[in-house]
Design a protein around this ligand. Structure first.
Ligand code: NAP
Length: 315
């Protein structure tokens, strides 16, 4: 079987070009530079990577971004006040709340203080709730879930009546993608969601025509867990040690640390032999997610400036 790689970089470039065009039109019309406020609390290596990505994309698209980096011990009250100030700040068009937050903070309460009109990550209850109502115009939604839909569309395979299995039921990936896939019953697949308490994971994964994996465990999905011809969307981001032929960790002599490489949740080398389509890691879902963040921003700008709206079409 010939396996086709779903090239996330290509999809991301297409979306980014569209976004750039919209941003230029917007800047010319209103003579303002859109601005994002990005909030982080404490130090976290995953957040650092995400922040660098935000800075790079904003730079590429000519968008302003201001990073508010709070100390680990910031109080709930202080961070709530910051969100409210940013909601009222006319120069700020979008707010990103980088996760994770320290344990003492109430994440959900903070997320829900973000104005839905500035909620560029689509994580407030109001914006998430719109996923339930298929008649609502979908202007923003969790970027990774939308990215998965974009990767699936790229295959041009009609999903109607297919068996889709999602592994992982998080609020930003598994749950929103489930609702998106069910958004048009006339063209929807049948969807199963697996999680930590699922008995016999491979019973479900073997049935899948489309397998979406968002867990954060390298090689969770192996060759014997999938059927031939499956479409695989691998969302996982895991850094694993690079080893030599004697199974010993290779040390980066310059940094004096073990060398790491990025892998997904799927044993790509072996599973890809059975798949009809598969997203690689890196270069699959990740780059698309970043470009969707900017598409969400464009939709918010249109909403804020009363321009005609053109929401996401899932199917
Ligand atoms: P998360 O909130 O930790 O969710 C992980 C999910 O996996 C949970 O629903 C968990 O179930 C489930 N799970 C854990 N072990 C399992 C197992 N053995 N079998 C089946 N399900 C299991 O993580 P997330 O934020 O959704 O992210 C998941 C992965 O995607 C991570 O690697 C993350 O870095 C990556 N990610 C990638 C992108 C991208 O753009 N590429 C974006 C976001 C996240 P329980 O809740 O029941 O424990």
């Amino acid at each position: 079987m010939k396996t086709q790689i779903i090239d996330g970089k290509n999809i991301a470039k297409r979306i980014k070009d569209e976004v750039l065009d919209e941003i230029l039109k917007f800047k010319n019309k209103f003579k303002i530079i859109p601005k994002i406020a990005s909030i982080t609390v404490g130090e976290n290596s995953a957040t650092k990577i995400y922040l660098n990505t935000q800075l790079r994309i904003c730079n590429d698209l000519g968008i302003d971004i201001e990073i508010f980096n709070f100390k680990e011990n910031i109080s709930q009250k202080e961070i709530e006040k910051k969100i409210l100030d940013l909601n009222n700040d006319k120069k700020i068009n979008a707010i990103i709340l980088n996760l994770p937050l320290p344990q003492h903070l109430n994440k959900r309460k903070i997320q829900n203080l973000i104005s839905p009109k500035k909620d560029v990550e689509g994580i407030t209850s109001e914006n998430l709730g719109k996923l339930f109502y298929t008649s609502e115009e979908l202007l923003v939604a969790p970027c990774t879930a939308l990215s998965i839909i974009e990767c699936l569309k790229e295959t041009k395979v009609n999903l109607k009546s297919k068996e889709v299995v999602i592994v992982g039921h998080s609020e930003i990936v598994g749950k929103p993608v489930l609702l998106m896939l069910l958004s048009s019953l006339l063209s929807s697949p049948t969807v199963t969601v697996c999680h930590i308490a699922t008995n016999n994971l491979s019973f479900h994964t073997k049935r899948a025509d489309v397998l979406i994996v968002a867990v954060g465990k390298p090689k969770l999905i192996t060759e014997n867990m999938v059927k031939r011809g499956v479409i695989i969307i691998d969302v996982g981001i895991n850094y694993v040690n690079v080893k030599n032929c004697n199974d010993k960790k290779i040390i980066d002599q310059k940094a004096k640390n073990p060398k790491l490489r990025l892998v997904g949740d799927v044993d790509f080398e072996n599973v890809s032999k059975k798949a009809s389509f598969i997203t690689p890691v890196p270069g699959g879902v990740g780059p698309v997610t970043n470009s969707i963040l900017m598409k969400n921003l464009v939709n918010l700008l249109k909403l804020q400036y009363g321009l005609s709206l053109n929401g996401y079409k899932i199917f």
